[in-house]
Design a protein around this ligand. Structure first.
Ligand code: SF4
Length: 268
C-alpha cells in the first residue's frame, strides 16, 4: 500500500524500526487488550488504566514549541491518506507525515496511540490518570494527525474533559466524528474546537449540526490569493508579523474569549 511524502510503504518501513523496547512493551499491552476485546470480554478499570499508561504525550517543537499533545498517526489514518491524494488539499504536503517518516520513535508513539484511541472507548476516570505536562496552561490534541473515528473523538473529548485545568486546541477536518460524543456528553468548556479546512484557499463548509460546536475555522491560503481577495492573514505565524511566529506568542486559537471565527494562515 502506498503512503505519502517519502514513506512509500509504512508496513515495510516500520519493520526495520521496530526494535525499541518501550514500543514492544506498549504493543504487548495493546495486543493483550485487543485479544480480550475480541473474546467479547469487558475491559476492567485496571485494564483501561494500563492502556492509558501506554499513551505517549509528545513535547512539541517549532511553531508549537512549549506545547504538549496527544496525537495519532497520519500514516495509519484512512481519512488523512485519502486527502493526501486530493489535488489542492493541504494534506498533500503534510508536515506531520514528513516528521513521522524521519523520526522512528515518534512514528512508533503515534502508531500505538492510534491503536489505543481508535480501538478502545476509555472511561473519563481512566483518562484522568494520563499525565499531560503544560508550561502555559494549554495543550493540543492531534498536532500530528487527525481524529480517524468516532471512537477516537470520544477519547479525545474525554481526555480534554478530564484535564479541566488545561485549555486544549482540537483541530480536525473530520468534524462529524465528534457529533455523537458532543451530543451525549457535551463539548468540554476547556476545548477550543477548530474546523481545519482541507483545501488551500477554500474555507471548509461546516456541516449544519456541527455549527454550534465550532469555535474557529482555520484555513491556509496563498499570498496571491489573500491579496486578490483582501484576506487579512491573522494567524500569528505570518512572516511580516513582529511576533516570533510561534503559537505561544500568539495564542489566538487558545483564547476562550477570542470571538474571531475565521483564522487565515499564510501558506509556507
Ligand atoms: S493563530 Fe496563533 S495560536 Fe493559532 S495557529 Fe496561528 S500562531 Fe498558532
Amino acid at each position: 500500500m502506498k503512503f505519502i511524502n517519502g514513506v512509500t510503504n509504512y508496513d515495510e518501513w516500520r519493520d526495520h524500526a521496530k526494535d525499541y523496547e518501550t514500543y514492544k512493551q506498549r504493543m504487548a499491552v495493546i495486543s493483550e487488550m485487543l485479544a480480550k476485546k475480541e473474546r467479547g470480554e469487558k475491559l476492567t478499570f485496571a485494564d483501561e488504566v494500563r492502556l492509558v499508561g501506554q499513551v505517549v504525550v509528545s513535547a512539541l517543537t517549532g511553531k508549537l514549541e512549549d506545547f504538549y499533545s496527544v496525537s495519532t498517526s497520519v500514516l495509519m489514518n484512512p481519512c488523512c491518506q485519502a486527502r493526501a491524494r486530493m489535488d489542492g488539499c493541504i494534506c498533500k504536503e503534510c508536515y506531520a507525515a514528513n516528521n513521522v517518516s524521519r523520526f522512528g520513535t515518534l512514528a512508533q508513539a503515534l502508531e500505538t496511540n492510534y491503536l489505543i484511541l481508535n480501538n478502545f472507548i476509555i472511561s473519563p476516570e481512566a483518562w484522568e490518570t494520563l499525565a499531560i505536562p503544560s508550561i502555559n496552561g494549554k495543550a493540543r490534541t492531534e498536532s500530528h494527525g487527525d481524529t480517524a473515528s468516532v471512537v477516537c473523538a470520544i477519547n479525545h473529548t474525554r481526555i480534554v474533559a478530564s484535564h479541566s485545568w488545561l485549555v486544549f486546541g482540537t483541530w480536525t477536518k473530520n468534524l462529524t466524528h465528534y457529533k455523537p460524543v458532543f451530543e451525549a456528553e457535551g463539548k468540554p468548556d476547556n476545548m477550543i474546537f477548530i474546523a481545519s479546512s482541507p483545501m488551500t484557499n477554500i474555507q471548509m463548509e461546516i456541516p449544519e449540526p456541527m455549527r454550534p460546536y465550532v469555535d474557529h475555522r482555520f484555513t491556509v491560503c496563498e499570498e496571491e490569493f489573500a491579496k486578490a481577495h483582501g484576506i487579512q492573514i491573522n494567524c500569528g505565524t505570518w512572516k511580516q508579523d513582529k511576533l516570533d511566529h510561534k503559537c505561544k506568542n500568539c495564542m489566538r486559537c487558545y483564547d476562550r474569549f477570542n470571538t474571531e471565527f475565521d483564522i487565515w494562515e499564510l501558506k509556507k
